[in-house]
Design a binder for this molecule. Structure first.
Ligand code: L3W
Length: 416
């Protein structure tokens, strides 16, 4: 079981454990342990475990937690917060959903320990509203833990998020929790300095939080050694798209796409791998030459893409990559919060042009416009948050990798 800490205890029918069942399997022992440790000692362990955040950025969790001020040392009165980010909405991502639905006590254990390490008084588990079974499972588990006196002095509650992709971005999430339209805020100040209601706040992804109890149970060295690379632990990878058995697979950090696609039953369609996105919808494409790359944040970034959520999307030789990109872009165009003009106006235009190409009505000037937009709009700083850059990454790499398909569609358009 320790080889697969996150999912080893999951039930085949995915029914969440009752508290009694969870405790019978060692549940809440890590919480007991954390109560004997100082916040700094817990952070030392998490740092030694090399736990990188699993929400998209791969930021070291321990370093993030050290930004939080100790009790009574931040200016002004009021609580500090922990927000568990379960607003999973990236195309291709379905890992947090599983952890919330099937392993809710694991999330709560992680939240209790993380709150202690970050001096947080209140924890909020923010869950995408469509994840109704996940919301019910976590609410029930909180009720059980509270009734059993396991929460200590921590206040913890679930907050359903009313469904926009941008709510996953930490500052937009905080704005939404305060009752405003979910638009991102400028950083700095980072949430650790000024977050929810202006108070120190840590935002961590559901998977990150779920791993925390296992660092305490296994010890940092064993946890770290579960990985094949410098980035500690296991990863809940997902494989979707053109594979025979799409699904979630917990595996050592640094597992390759070749192994994961094999576990997903191999490539479907014409059986030939054309390309894959290594880290969800906002990651640039890799070709078959990257099948043996260890998939972690560092390796994928150095190879020119983004590990993001670690959810692979697979394209086979018969899939139309232009249509795939067009569908993707429609999603990002729809989900733009509208705050920045290039994103609000640019993404719908790009989506429209890609649709034209996919339908064989592309024009040469449009191709040049797509190339220029991908180059101009991708770098950080061209808009307030990463949404536009995230949409541009697959476009930029897709224009390169699928140049022949774009030309073929162009030729169709010119013949028409
Ligand atoms: C204090 C400093 N804190 C950095 C913190 C920062 C954040 C974390 C990472 O996410 C990806 C993008 C999207 N003092 C700090 C500091 N921090 N320097 O560290 O920061 P950063 O800037 O590397 O990344 P980011 O902009 O937070 C970028 C993806 O995240 N994303 C994620 C959504 C996640 C969910 C989910 O978990 N369910 O929906 C959304 O934008 O794709 O690749 O915490 O505060 N000097």
């Amino acid at each position: 079981m320790t080889d697969l800490p996150l999912t080893g205890r999951a039930r085949p029918d995915r029914r969440p454990h009752t508290l009694a069942e969870w405790r019978a399997e060692g549940g809440y022992e890590a919480v007991e342990r954390a109560r004997t440790m100082t916040p700094s000692e817990i952070i030392d362990m998490v740092e030694a475990a090399h736990l990188n955040g699993r929400g998209g950025a791969g930021f070291p969790a321990g370093r993030k937690w050290r930004f939080m001020p100790e009790r009574g040392t931040s200016p002004g009165d009021g609580p500090s917060y922990l927000i568990v980010n379960g607003d999973e909405m990236e195309p291709g991502a379905f890992k947090d959903r599983f952890l919330l639905e099937a392993m809710p006590h694991q999330v709560i254990e992680g939240a209790i320990i993380t709150a202690r390490a970050t001096h947080a008084d209140e924890a909020i588990v923010l869950i995408r509203d469509e994840y109704r079974p996940g919301i019910a499972a976590v609410e029930h588990a909180i009720h059980e833990a509270r009734t059993a006196g396991l929460l200590g002095d921590l206040t913890i509650r679930v907050h359903p998020s009313a469904g926009r992709y941008i709510v996953g971005e930490e500052t937009a999430l905080i704005t939404a929790l305060e009752g405003h339209r979910a638009v991102p805020r400028k950083r700095p100040p980072f949430p650790a300095q000024s977050g929810l209601w202006g108070r120190p706040t840590t935002v961590n992804n559901v998977e990150t939080i779920s791993l925390v109890p296992h660092i305490l149970s296994l010890g940092p060295q064993r946890f770290r050694a579960l990985s094949r690379t410098e980035e500690g632990g296991t990863k809940l990878y997902g494989v979707s798209g053109r594979v025979k058995r799409p699904g979630l697979f917990e595996a050592p950090m640094g597992t390759t796409a070749r192994e994961l696609i094999e576990r997903a039953g191999g490539v479907s369609g014409d059986g030939q791998l054309r390309a894959f996105q290594p880290g969800g919808g906002a990651s640039g494409f890799f070709g078959p030459d990257q099948l043996d790359l260890p998939l972690d944040f560092g390796h994928v970034a150095r190879a020119g893409s983004m590990f993001g959520t670690g959810m692979l999307i697979v394209l086979d030789g018969s899939a139309c990559p232009v249509g795939f990109l067009a569908r993707h872009m429609r999603f990002y165009a729809r989900e733009s919060c509208g705050w920045c003009t290039p994103c609000r106006e640019g993404l719908p235009l790009v989506a429209k042009i890609l649709d034209r190409f996919a339908e064989g009505r592309g024009r040469r000037a449009d191709l040049e416009l797509l190339q220029m937009t991908a180059a101009e709009a991708a770098p950080r700083g061209r808009s307030f948050c990463d949404l536009m850059g995230g949409a541009m990454a697959p476009l930029a790499s897709g224009l390169r990798m699928f140049a022949a398909e774009f030309e073929a569609r162009l030729a169709e358009g010119e013949r028409a």
